[in-house]
Design a protein around this ligand. Sequence first.
Ligand code: HEC
Length: 246
Amino acid sequence: MKKIILLILLMASPLLMAAGGGYYIGEKVQTNIRSTESLRKGAKTYMNYCMGCHSMDFQRYNRVAADLELTEDEMMNGLVLTDAKFTDKMTIAMDEVQAKQWFGKAPPDLTVIAKARGLDWLYNFLINFYADPKSVTGWNNLTLPNASMPHVLWELQGVRTAHFETHTDEEGNEHKEFKNFETVVAGKLSEQEYKDLAGDLVNFLDYSSEPAQLTRMAYAPWVLLFVSLFTFLAYLLKVNYFRDIH
Ligand code: HEC
């Protein structure tokens, strides 16, 4: 019996996560996986700001270059900051045990994070960091409260503090409700530019979680065209067959 309950809970857990699970999702993200330009921008931000801590073990540089229509030179000299080889997997040298000591938690591999968390979650995680003197890193996150990841894009977004309101319900329990952010140090980018950058990054993570999406999406119009043509032919055939039946 216990096993069955556990199984049901396990099967339902993605649904529970998708239902929000209490995570703060303030805005939805618009991405376009067919925009090579957006994917390139996202890849660039990833290499510059994320690859230091997060590997992408199930991707290779040459595959990303091919999908993003970049030459070997553009990829390895324009985007990649390490002396990795073109055919290498996108691994990193960070030691997991040490990483745990530094951050309290090892930064996870991000190849398929878009499948686990969803695009809106990732986007909100990236735009909802705020300064919090009570946390070890000095940062906190509305979407992943008490995250042990520092706000690595703060120079671009700026430094913000968050204001909360505390309500006490009838049973005497206190609830903290988010009110608004206050910018204390302006970032290099405007609010919209930063959101665009986060959107491109999420687009790249989405692509990375399933590179075959690019070909799958390219086939789709042809499949639909075939289905409509076939329906039309089947209709003509039906008209022909039923002509003499009254
Ligand atoms: C200085 C190291 C460091 C850098 C650089 C970094 N992260 Fe992180 N990241 C972490 C750590 C540590 C965690 C674990 C946080 C936790 O679970 O509390 C994390 C967690 C995450 C998660 C949440 C994973 C999950 O589902 O729980 C995502 C998504 C993420 N990082 C994305 C990024 C992106 C995108 C960038 C580049 C803009 C980036 N990170 C740069 C250290 C880093």
